[in-house]
Design a binder for this molecule. Structure first.
Ligand code: AMP
Ligand code: MG
Length: 406
């Protein structure tokens, strides 16, 4: 049996980032940018008004002999249009937010600081002196042509998508999103649409894993459930090798019908099949026809926890991320962990920040079939190998599942 660290090292050593593709902008959220993005134009592309108001020559806003200036209105510029003439001394043009500043004008005064006798009056009174540049957003103020705006390797989120749209990237060079095949195994496992029969249970793993794969940023494809026969598994694996990663659940333990390892050996190579941890000792890793296969345990909690520990980092590495692992922090385990486990124990817990400390409270019965132990768990308290217990109020490390990778 190998340690969690060795398992992770051996898995990640076999995984490479996928190829780079040009993907449509609306589909790149969460993906890794594959090239630096350099602005090809100034943004904003032209000097424009920050306010609804009047474009004028700032010197014309100075009171004269104690009287407020009155300027002649020569036109109006809406956003999306360009002035047909210049603003000359003693004149002004109405201007809307986002409209290009007309030639001749060096400032904009907001409409609230002016007064007109009627909406169609050709004259406007300027009630406050304005400085050159007032309410003008210069061209290139946000991004300059030639400026590097985004860096290769960055994760693309909604804000980066906004920047890319601003710069006209209809498609973006990214590391391809991994496509993950999810395969259930077991004669007892039926689909969620079917009524329960004696001896049968519903396929929760495939659905949980589908969601977890998506949350990790990959595409998930459920391929159904293989029967506990070599033929059924072979058939499913024929389909599964068309994906970037194969995740199975069940069938990797030491039972008479645990055939996933056999098929892996028959059609590919097995790297290891047991890890010194709990939940989730039976985790197999290897490849089939060159496609990495992570065989997760059948017990739902084991399958969920081992996906977080091994599956998620695999997907992140394939996706080109540099940060692969969840952060570990020191927590006070309020209720302690009394249960003795010889293997490394990952105890589901809820961690909160309270009075300057991270406090962990474990989520009850930690059996690997107790799915409700996952509810409300945002962390795994890590109990070292060798039958260690944690007294109530003692310190331990916890892996924060709801924090970003570091
Ligand atoms: P196995 O490793 O195949 O012996 O499975 C271990 C346990 O997990 C057994 O109790 C199985 O019934 C259960 N199990 C296996 N696959 C699934 C699944 N897809 N959904 C829920 N439970 C499962
Ligand atoms: Mg089974």
């Amino acid at each position: 049996m190998i340690s969690v660290e060795e398992a992770l090292d051996r898995i990640l050593a076999e995984i490479q980032p996928l190829n780079v593709v040009q993907a449509p902008l609306p589909e790149v959220q969460g993906l890794v940018l594959a090239q630096d993005i350099v602005a090809q134009e100034d943004i904003p592309p032209f000097a424009n008004s920050a306010m609804d108001g009047f474009a004028l020559q700032s010197k014309d806003s100075k009171p004269h002999n104690g009287k407020l200036p009155r300027l002649r209105i020569t036109g109006s510029i809406a956003a999306g249009y360009v002035a047909e003439h210049a603003v000359e001394e003693g004149t002004t043009m109405r201007i809307m937010t986002g409209a290009p500043v007309p030639p001749g004008a060096d400032s904009v005064i907001q409409v609230e600081l002016t007064s007109t006798e009627s909406s169609d009056s050709p004259w406007v009174e300027i009630q406050q002196e304005v400085a050159p540049g007032n309410n003008i957003r210069p061209a290139g103020e946000d991004m300059r042509r030639g400026q590097k705006v985004l860096t290769r390797g960055q994760t693309i989120g909604p804000w980066e998508i906004g920047i890319l749209a601003t710069l006209g990237y209809a498609t973006v060079p990214v590391v391809r999103r991994p496509r993950v095949a999810i395969l259930g195994t077991g004669d007892e496992v039926i689909d969620i649409h079917e009524p329960l029969q004696p001896g049968k249970i519903r396929n929760s793993n495939s659905y949980l894993l589908e969601a977890a794969v998506r949350a990790a940023g990959a595409e998930a494809h459920r391929l159904g459930v293989a029967r506990d026969t070599v033929e059924s598994l072979r058939e499913k694996f024929t389909e599964a090798v068309q994906y970037d990663l194969i995740l199975t659940s069940g069938g990797v333990s030491v039972g008479d019908f645990d055939l996933v390892k056999d098929i892996m050996q028959e059609q590919g190579k097995m790297n290891f099949w047991r890890i010194n941890m709990r939940p989730g000792k039976p985790v197999a890793f290897g490849q089939i026809k060159g496609i990495p296969l992570l065989g997760l345990p059948g017990n739902p909690v084991s399958s969920a926890v081992t996906f977080e520990l091994f599956g998620r980092p695999v997907i992140r590495k394939m996706s080109g991320h540099a940060q692969l692992l969840k952060p570990q922090i020191d927590v006070t385990v309020e209720n302690g962990v009394q249960e003795k486990a010889m293997r490394r124990h990952y105890v589901r817990a809820h961690v909160v920040w309270h009075n300057g400390h991270f406090i962990a409270r474990t989520t009850g019965n930690q059996g690997s079939h107790i799915m409700t132990s996952l509810l409300n768990a945002n962390a795994l308290v890590i109990v070292p190998e060798g039958g260690v217990t944690i007294a109530p109020g003692a310190q331990a490390k916890a892996m924060m599942l709801d924090w970003p990778e570091v």
